[in-house]
Design a protein around this ligand. Structure first.
Ligand SMILES: Cc1cc2nc3c(=O)[nH]c(=O)nc-3n(C[C@H](O)[C@H](O)[C@H](O)COP(=O)(O)OP(=O)(O)OC[C@H]3O[C@@H](n4cnc5c(N)ncnc54)[C@H](O)[C@@H]3O)c2cc1C
Length: 498
């Protein structure tokens, strides 16, 4: 705790300094899952805040610094027989990023977004003051900073709720043969109190799978736990596709808990397949084994960001009211033809909020997230035009994007989705003017980016195939992140069977 307080005082002093000079700055915490181009001027580095300070079995809470990623968090809580209720599927997503951004996964239909599982946060405000925010202290800041992408304060400590962990997840794959049946099945499964996890994959319009998970300590004697973290293991989505291709009734298997939580890591859901396609490299179990170090999400996103391909890749999560989800999927299938798509049911946060929420008279406590991740048009103008149209159609269907990704809204359109007066009132109350404004942070100015590409020869080189790809691989390798998966202790070992 002493070390923590020392680091926080140093951060607070730097923040105060910028405040007195009225200079805007950004936060760096050493990693990111955001796909927007980043600007590296005037940065406060908080990467030292990366420890789990305490796990309290009695109160079922953990005191965690913001840069603790999901895999290290789970490794710290599992020995106490506990896990966080919401663990983001990518092991590298951090606690601080999960709170400041929008983070939700397949247990979020039950618990809501990640921030709804937090009891309190310690924050450094723009003038250097260190405050606590919770349901009982600075409640407006506590809820208002969730999803506001760090525009109200720097999170320096989080008290997180924990729940009892069980050894396995009894996983059921429900095959579906049309989109509406898949959506209906997801919604039905969220109402089944036994389910701890619910999500779905649409491989095409005529083939999908809804996946449900119940935590359990019991596993039938003849069942072999299925794992997804070892080089010869299947990628989760390919496994589900194969399992459900030619069946008509549900199939069950048992997956060790942490293997389930990070089941989409290898292949980054299915984003990793695009890397094989880009490099014209064969895609089969041998090549996936051979390139396994590069196929974990941390490495994939390092490569995607460094290669410059991120500027033509569509990475969007969009939350919609259930009744409009099928029509929206029809629209995206026609316009982008990107498959698979991810379905993830989410519980809405109470208003006002900077999290995505559904609009209009279709509003209910639940919504459906659609993950659309794949190559968009190579032509920048067409890419922009299709993305703009996507935002428009999404709005017409009463849905909203997650703010981690590229957003192209005009400022008035952007604020049409949120309570601007409330958010700006909070910025004023908590003296946040030296933090960047949320719109400036999430908006991608494509014209500015195009000009930058033309004048920066490095960016220009990377836009030439396959130089960008090789550069991305090289930078990913240099990061050393390939070591992380190899040494992760959450991975299941066969000796743990009994
Ligand atoms: C490709 C992709 C896939 C995703 N898939 C999933 C998924 O499967 N499940 C899921 O739940 N979520 C997913 N997300 C969303 C993700 O959880 C959020 O984007 C989350 O905010 C990322 O956290 P990060 O640790 O990478 O932080 P960053 O991306 O670095 O940060 C997010 C924002 O929070 C700010 N921030 C970070 N730390 C702090 C801090 N300590 N104090 C103040 N501000 C801070 C940053 O400045 C930034 O604006 C995905 C995002 C992407 C880009």
């Amino acid at each position: 705790m002493e070390r923590h307080q020392r680091v926080v005082s140093q951060v607070a002093a730097k923040v105060k300094d910028y405040f007195s000079r009225k200079e805007a700055f950004r936060i760096s915490h050493g990693s990111t899952n955001s796909t927007r181009p980043s600007i590296k001027k005037r940065v406060i580095d908080i990467s030292e805040l990366r420890n789990v300070l305490k796990v309290d079995s009695k109160s079922r809470t953990a005191l965690v610094e913001p840069n603790v990623p999901m895999d290290r968090l789970v490794e710290a809580t599992l020995p106490h027989g506990l896990v966080p209720p919401v663990v983001m599927e990518f092991p590298g997503i951090t606690v601080g990023g999960g709170y400041a951004g929008t983070a939700g996964e397949s247990s979020s239909f039950k618990y809501g977004f990640f921030d709804r599982t937090i009891n309190s946060v310690e924050m450094v405000l723009a003038d250097g003051e260190v405050v606590t925010a919770s349901e009982t202290q600075n409640e407006d800041l506590f809820r208002g900073a969730a999803g506001a992408v760090g525009t109200l304060g720097i999170t320096t400590l989080v008290e997180l709720q924990l729940i009892e962990a069980k050894r396995f997840v009894k996983t059921t794959y429900y095959p579906t043969t049309d989109v509406s049946a898949a959506i209906e099945q997801v919604e039905r499964q969220t109402k089944n109190g036994e389910n701890h996890y619910v999500d779905g994959i649409l491989f095409s319009k005529s083939h999908g799978a809804v996946i449900t998970g119940e935590m359990t300590n019991d596993i039938p004697a003849d069942a072999n736990p299925q794992t997804f973290s070892h080089p010869w293991d299947p990628w989760f989505y390919l496994h589900v596709e194969e399992k459900t291709r030619s069946i008509t009734s549900p199939v069950i298997e048992y997956i060790p808990l942490a293997e389930y939580m990070f089941r989409y890591d290898r292949g980054g859901f299915w984003v990793g397949r695009s890397a094989f396609k880009y490099m014209n490299f064969p895609f089969n179990k041998y090549t996936r084994w051979f390139l396994d170090d590069f196929c974990h999400t941390r490495m994939l996103y390092r490569a995607l960001q460094a290669s410059g391909e991120v500027s033509r890749y569509v990475v969007q999560d969009m939350a919609l009211p259930y009744p409009n989800a099928e029509k929206f999927i029809d629209y995206t299938a026609e316009t982008f033809n990107i498959w698979p798509m991810w379905l993830c049911p989410l519980k809405q946060s109470p208003q006002p909020t900077m999290h995505p929420h559904t609009k209009g008279n279709l509003a209910s406590d639940q919504m459906l997230n659609i993950g659309l991740w794949g190559f968009g048009p190579a032509n920048k103008d067409e890419y922009l035009q299709k993305n703009r149209q996507l935002e428009k159609r999404l709005g017409e269907f009463g849905g909203m994007k997650w703010l981690y990704a590229h957003t192209y809204y005009r400022e008035s359109e952007f604020w049409g989705q949120f309570d601007q007066q409330w958010h700006e009132g909070l910025r004023k109350k908590y003296r946040a003017n030296t933090f960047p404004a949320v719109y400036d942070k999430v908006h991608v100015d494509i014209e500015k980016y195009k000009k930058m590409t033309q004048s920066d020869w490095g960016l220009w080189m990377r836009s030439i195939w396959p130089l960008g790809g090789f550069w991305g691989l090289w930078k990913a390798m240099l990061s050393g992140d390939w070591r992380i998966a190899k040494t992760s202790s959450w991975r299941w070992r066969t000796s743990e069977r009994r």
